[in-house]
Design a protein around this ligand. Structure first.
Ligand code: F6R
Length: 408
């Protein structure tokens, strides 16, 4: 990174953003000799490489804690802004479609895609599971989702009819990058969904959708996840419009829902009392279970990871209908079960799973949509998120699951 009378070497831009905004981004196999007044970049053979200066346009403030106790809470509270920025310029003014200038796909471009493979790690993998529901239900293309560290070693069935999507906040996760290289070798079309401009994954993929979450410094991913979901939802609607698989009024409803989302996320973050009550009451539990069906199940996986990672509490996420196939044995008196119930098409089924855990004297915390009069009758505590489109519910429902560790 290039300063005035000083130069820096850093593994990521935020590390040094307060000293300079001018950087060289090294590619694989490149080396540099850095002194206080010169930077020489060369390849493995020592041949000089001419590099273009990459100017960082992020707000320096954004990389600071800005009054919050630590980065994770700051980043949780930045979600309304991150969501707004990820949709900016990508929603047609009349709500009739998604604009992806970075893709510019036509019907013919996508006619040859027979399947989609999503590859990622950790939280980004959980975003990929939500993406599978979005892409299959809206664009009607078969999707498989893989953990990046498995993908390379299972002889994946990927070819030139596959669109391979790689999700990564940092754009630097080694397993995801290696999987991307493998998919390219097998002939797949590759698309990165990443937050970091100029990152290795962004440079390696054929095309990129950037999430606009701003720098994510905390180790636990929060705003990157919500903006990854937005990126995947917009991609699904974009593909659905090209393929004619989604009626216009559904496209409009989703886009209008996306426009309302930043204010709704803000609403959740403004009133955290119900989340605080439950966090303080059950923060000392040894085991916590998360259950949900359909998109709620995908969110349950992410809620469980956040709790483990931040609070060191053992947590498990189950597709609600799967619990009875063995794990129900672990649901005993007083065990907290967080039941997500935002999806109307599986609502009754979820209620019957809630009854199963209540019958074993679990304490059930239900997460539902505002206006749901029924849920309270079945659970011990409720946390409501503003009512929205079913595909947008995961983006709101995850916020109360990111917060407990912070509020205990
Ligand atoms: C969990 C978390 C990790 C990352 C994973 C992938 O809170 O942050 O699970 O999601 O390591 O990182 P990226 O998205 O940078 O590839």
């Amino acid at each position: 990174m290039l300063g005035e009378g000083e130069n820096f070497v850093a593994s990521d831009i935020p590390a040094i953003i307060n000293r300079t905004r001018r950087t060289y981004i090294l590619s694989d196999g490149e080396m540099a000799i850095v002194t206080s007044d010169s930077v020489w970049v060369m390849n493995r053979q020592g041949v000089p490489v001419s590099k273009k200066v990459f100017e960082v346009h992020w707000d320096a403030e954004a990389a600071e804690k800005g009054g919050y106790e630590h980065f994770m809470i700051k980043e949780i509270y930045e979600q309304p802004k991150a969501i707004r920025e990820t949709t900016t310029g990508r929603l047609a003014k009349d709500d009739t479609g998604i604009l992806f200038d970075e893709l510019k796909w036509t019907k013919d471009d996508i006619a040859g895609i027979h399947k989609i493979t999503i590859v990622a790690c950790g939280t980004a993998y959980h975003a990929g599971i939500v993406g599978k529901y979005y892409l299959e239900q809206l664009a009607r293309i078969p999707v498989e989702v893989d953990v990046a560290s498995e993908f390379r070693y299972r002889s994946p069935l990927v070819d030139d009819k596959t669109l391979a999507i790689f999700i990564s906040q940092s754009g630097e996760t080694l397993d995801t990058l290696a999987a991307l290289k493998e998919a390219k070798k097998l002939g797949a079309r590759t698309l990165a969904v990443t937050n970091v401009v100029g990152s290795s994954i962004a440079r390696e993929a054929d095309q990129v959708i950037y999430t606009q979450a701003g720098p994510e410094i905390a180790v636990a991913s929060t705003k990157a996840y919500t903006t990854q979901l937005i990126g995947l939802l917009m991609l699904s609607v974009y593909l659905a419009s090209l393929r004619g698989t989604l009626p216009e009024e559904r496209v409009k409803a989703i886009i209008q829902g996306l426009r309302a989302l930043p204010a709704q996320a803000h609403e959740i973050l403004e009133d955290v009392e119900s989340i605080k009550t439950f966090a303080q009451k059950y923060g000392f539990s040894e085991d916590v279970f998360f259950i949900g069906r359909s998109l709620d199940y995908a969110v349950a996986l992410e809620g469980s990871l956040k709790l483990k990672e931040i609070s060191y509490i053992h947590a498990e996420a189950y597709a609600a209908g799967e619990l009875k196939h063995g794990t129900l044995a672990l649901i005993i008196e007083g065990v907290p079960v967080i039941a997500l119930a935002t999806q109307r098409d599986v609502y009754e089924k979820t209620l019957s799973n809630i009854k199963e855990v209540k019958a074993r004297d679990a304490v059930v915390i239900g997460i539902g949509m505002q206006g749901d009069k029924q849920l309270e009758k079945y659970v011990d505590h409720t946390i409501f998120v503003p009512a929205t489109e079913k595909y947008l519910a995961p983006i709101l429902a995850v916020i109360p699951l990111q917060l407990p560790a912070e509020l205990m």
